[in-house]
Write a protein that binds this ligand. Structure first.
Ligand code: NI
Ligand code: MN
Length: 227
C-alpha cells in the first residue's frame, strides 16, 4: 500500500498510512505558507521533532480537539503532560517503537529545542519511519551530519530535508545530505517562511537532478506525493 505525503508549508507534514493520519510539526497559526488552518486537520498521531514554536505550533490545540497521540522526545511529551494533555508517547534518540502505523525511530539532529515558554525541550530529533515496506526520513531542523550515511543504509524511499539556511542546512549542505542519504525521492522544506530563509527550491532541485541519483519533488504548500 502507498503512503500519501502532504506538505502544509514550513516543516508541517501530513502522512496518510492506511487509516492512520500522522501530522508532523503542526505549525499552522502564524505560518504564512500554511495550506490549512488548525481546525482543518484531523490527525490520529502528532509527531514533534523539537520544542521550537515553529514546530510545536498548534500541537496542543489540535491534540485537545482530536485526542491524537503526541509522539516526541521525553522532555517534550512531559511538557504536553504538564499542559494537562496525557495521551503521549515519549521516545528518545536511537530508540524505535512499533506503533499501529509503523516502526518509528528517533534520529539525531543538530539544532536547539527550547519550548515556547522557555522550558527545556531535550535534544532535537528527526524521524525514521518504516511502514508499508517503505522507509521515510524526516530530518527535522538540523545541520548536515555525516551519520546521515548510516540513516541512508538500508535504502530510503523519501527524505524530507530543510534547505532554508540560517537555522538549518542551506542548499549546499542539503545537497551533500542527499549524497549521504541516497534517497529515491527528496522533498525540500523549511524555506521561504521567514525572510532569512528564502530559497529557490526549483534551482536546488536542478542541482539534485544533475548531481545525484535522487528524484527531487518540489511541492507547493498543500501539495502531495505518493510514496
Ligand atoms: Ni527549530
Ligand atoms: Mn524551525
Amino acid at each position: 500500500m502507498s503512503i500519501t505525503v502532504t506538505w502544509y508549508g514550513h516543516a508541517c507534514i501530513g502522512l496518510e498510512v492506511g487509516e492512520h493520519r500522522l501530522l508532523v510539526d503542526p505549525f499552522l497559526t502564524g505560518n504564512a505558507l500554511a495550506a490549512v488552518s488548525p481546525s482543518d486537520v484531523n490527525p490520529t498521531d502528532i509527531l514533534i521533532t523539537h520544542g521550537h514554536g515553529d514546530h510545536v505550533g498548534d500541537g496542543l490545540e489540535i491534540a485537545q480537539r482530536t485526542g491524537a497521540l503526541i509522539i516526541s522526545n521525553f522532555e517534550i511529551t512531559s511538557w504536553f503532560q504538564a499542559q494537562g494533555y496525557e495521551n503521549v508517547h515519549p521516545q528518545h534518540i536511537g530508540g524505535g517503537f512499533r506503533y499501529p502505523f509503523g516502526y518509528l525511530k528517533l534520529t539525531i539532529a543538530h539544532h536547539g529545542s527550547a519550548l515556547p515558554d522557555g522550558s527545556y525541550g531535550g535534544a532535537p530529533c528527526g524521524f525514521l519511519l518504516e511502514t508499508e515496506g517503505k522507509r521515510l526520513y524526516l530530518a527535522g531542523d538540523t545541520g548536515l551530519f555525516y551519520d546521515m550515511k548510516l540513516i541512508g543504509e538500508g535504502g530510503l524511499d523519501l527524505a524530507m530535508l530543510p534547505i532554508g539556511d540560517n537555522f538549518t542546512m542551506g542548499p549546499d549542505d542539503a545537497l551533500r545530505a542527499v549524497e549521504l542519504l541516497q534517497p529515491r525521492l527528496v522533498v525540500p522544506i523549511h524555506y521561504d517562511t521567514f525572510d532569512v530563509i528564502h530559497q529557490d527550491p526549483e534551482a536546488w532541485a536542478e542541482r539534485v537532478k544533475a548531481g545525484t541519483e535522487a528524484e527531487p519533488v518540489v511541492l507547493k504548500p498543500g501539495g502531495s506525493l505518493t510514496v
